[in-house]
Design a protein around this ligand. Structure first.
Ligand SMILES: CC(C)(COP(=O)(O)OP(=O)(O)OC[C@H]1O[C@@H](n2cnc3c(N)ncnc32)[C@H](O)[C@@H]1OP(=O)(O)O)[C@@H](O)C(=O)NCCC(=O)NCCS
Length: 292
């Protein structure tokens, strides 16, 4: 790949028009489901942020976020992150997110949120392992009215909400490129594991919903796109993961990491207070703070 890479703030109508084109290429959504130029214009005027990745002066990707309030606490909500297919795998996605973090810190905020489809394991790896986001909120069929945001006809558009605590030491270490030892999945209890069914399909087993260990793993599929021809398999994994997340989030667990490999695992823990700063970890307290 070319050497000249620049991450910069975008603010003009011409630049925003290019973002619409990038969305068309990356998501292939119908026009009605694209974020339009006027939305970028007004949100940037009102404290929003669009950062573009330029490779040899060509716009290769962008990240978009806007001010938001979540659970009584001010944050930025990141709604779009995209890199054109020919520029993927060169670190542009990461650079855009690190630059977004820097800019949001300058605004005096310490959390960035976004949603993603929990069946997309590469995105899970980026959000949870590479960037250090956590999840403790499951949004069943959140975008159900938008067919292009489903994994197939009749499959609910479930999402996990990522909270990215950008000021914490673990995230700071990730910015500095600190690599952790890979997790040894065999050492932890599994709340969900796949098994080969009699027809040869790799399907989720029955979730174990009564585990109490501090760290537990839930398996998921490495590449949901390859399962598009068998939507019943996607639906089975989605339903099993939904059951796991809803049950364990209700008992104080959060997703704190992701292990990507031939087999992929969500890592859940009930020791969130060790990771999140107090005001991020205690929602009731931050709601009270805002009200008073
Ligand atoms: C997601 C996306 C923006 C990543 O862009 P990118 O420039 O290719 O990403 P990077 O090269 O910076 O890689 C960032 C991380 O993504 C994850 N990732 C990327 N490719 C991966 C792969 N083949 N397998 C597993 N993880 C992968 C890794 O966590 C990687 O970090 P690492 O290199 O430290 O392991 C890009 O793939 C894209 O536009 N996808 C379609 C739109 C989309 O899904 N957006 C929502 C993202 S939540």
């Amino acid at each position: 790949m070319a050497e000249k890479i620049l991450i910069k703030k975008l603010s003009t109508k011409d630049q925003f028009e290019k973002l619409v084109e990038i969305q068309k290429t990356v998501w292939r959504h119908p026009d009605l489901d694209l974020t339009p130029v006027h939305q970028f214009s007004i949100s940037c005027f009102m404290g929003g942020l669009v950062l573009g990745a330029l490779v040899d002066d060509q716009l290769a990707g962008f990240v978009y976020s806007f001010p938001a309030i979540y659970q009584g606490k001010f944050c930025h909500h990141s709604h779009l992150l995209a890199v054109l297919p020919e520029y993927r795998g060169y670190g542009l996605g990461k650079r855009l997110k690190w630059a977004q973090r820097r800019e949001v810190l300058k605004m005096g905020l310490d959390v960035v949120t976004w949603t993603y489809d929990p069946m997309q394991s590469r995105n899970a790896n980026l959000n949870l392992h590479t960037l250090g986001g956590i999840c403790r909120t499951y949004l069943p069929d959140f975008y159900g009215e938008t067919p292009s945001l489903r994994l197939g006809s009749g499959i609910p558009a479930d999402r996990l909400l990522v909270e990215w605590p950008i000021k914490t030491a673990p995230v700071e270490q990730k910015v500095r490129g600190k690599k952790e030892l890979p997790l040894a999945p065999d050492s932890y209890p599994k709340v969900l594991e796949g098994k080969v069914a009699s027809n040869g399909q790799y399907l989720p087993g029955k979730p174990r919903l009564r585990l109490k260990e501090p760290i537990i793993l839930a398996e998921t599929v490495p590449n949901v796109e390859s399962l598009r021809p068998t939507p019943e398999v996607i639906a089975a994994w989605q339903a099993a993961l939904r059951q796991v997340f809803k049950s364990y989030f209700g008992r104080g667990y959060a997703v704190i990491d992701f292990s990507f490999g031939e087999k992929c695992y969500y890592v859940l823990s009930n020791r969130l207070k060790n990771i999140m700063p107090e005001e991020c970890g205690d929602r009731k307290k931050s709601c009270k703070k805002l009200k008073s």
